[in-house]
Design a binder for this molecule. Sequence first.
Ligand SMILES: CC(C)(COP(=O)(O)OP(=O)(O)OC[C@H]1O[C@@H](n2cnc3c(N)ncnc32)[C@H](O)[C@@H]1OP(=O)(O)O)[C@@H](O)C(=O)NCCC(=O)NCCS
Length: 218
Amino acid sequence: MLVSDLTLDDVETIAALHLAAFPHSALSTLGEEAVRRHYRWQFEGPHDLTALGAFSDDVLVGFLLGGVFRGSTSGFVKRERWFLVGQVLRHPHVLAQTSGRRVAPVATRLLLRRSSTAPEQPSRVPAGSLGVLVVAVDPDVHRLGVGTSLLRAAEASARRDGFERMHLTLHPGNVPALSFYTDQGWRRLGLPGDDEHQWLLGKELGAAIDPGAPGSAR
Ligand SMILES: CC(C)(COP(=O)(O)OP(=O)(O)OC[C@H]1O[C@@H](n2cnc3c(N)ncnc32)[C@H](O)[C@@H]1OP(=O)(O)O)[C@@H](O)C(=O)NCCC(=O)NCCS
C-alpha cells in the first residue's frame, strides 16, 4: 500500500469512497453530486489543505483530509447555496436525522446568507494545530492498518510543516473511530467548543522525526 498526495483530479474517487464509508451521513443523504462538490470545495477553497490517499494496486482504498480550513462547511454552503437548497428540498428527511445536526445550521445559513470563509471558530482550534476534517477507509479493507497509515502520514507531514499538535471533532457515538484515534494517542481535549455531541480530540505531535515519511508526490 502506498500513501501519497491527492489532487482535485481525485475528487470522483474520493466522493465514491466517502459514500461507501459514510453511507448514512447528512452529506451522503444529499446525494453523490453534493459529496463531489463538498470535496471540490476543500481543494479549491482558501484552505491550507493536506490531502492524502492510500492506494492498493493504484486503487484508492482510504483518504485523509486535514489542514487549516477557512470555511470547510460554511464556504461550501455559500458557494453551493442554491444547489444545496434544491437537494435539501428533494431530501427533507436529512434535516430530521441525528447525523443531520450539522445540516440544520447549514440550512439556517442558507436562509440568512451569513456564510463566510473566515478561519474556523477560534475556540475550536487549538493554537499551532492542524485539523483533520475526515479520514475514511473502504469498508472492504477495514482493520488492515490503512487508517493508521494515513493518520501517521498526516502526523509526519504536520510535524514537517511545523505544527505542534493536531485536532478534530468526532461524535462519540462513532465508537470504531473513537477507538481508532485513542489507539493512536489522541485524547479528548475538553476545550471550549467541545460538547457531548461533538468531542474535540487532539494529539501532541512531539519532536520532528521520520523525514522520509510518505505524503509527498505520487
Ligand atoms: C475509523 C476508520 C478510519 C479506521 O480505519 P481502519 O483502516 O479500519 O483502521 P486500522 O486498521 O488502522 O485500525 C487501527 C486500530 O483502530 C482501532 N479500530 C479500528 N476500527 C475499529 C473498530 N471497528 N472497532 C474497534 N476498534 C477499531 C483498533 O484499535 C485498530 O487496531 P487493531 O485492528 O489492531 O485492533 C474506518 O473504520 C472508517 O473509515 N470508518 C468510517 C469513517 C469514519 O468514521 N471516519 C472517522 C471519522 S472522520
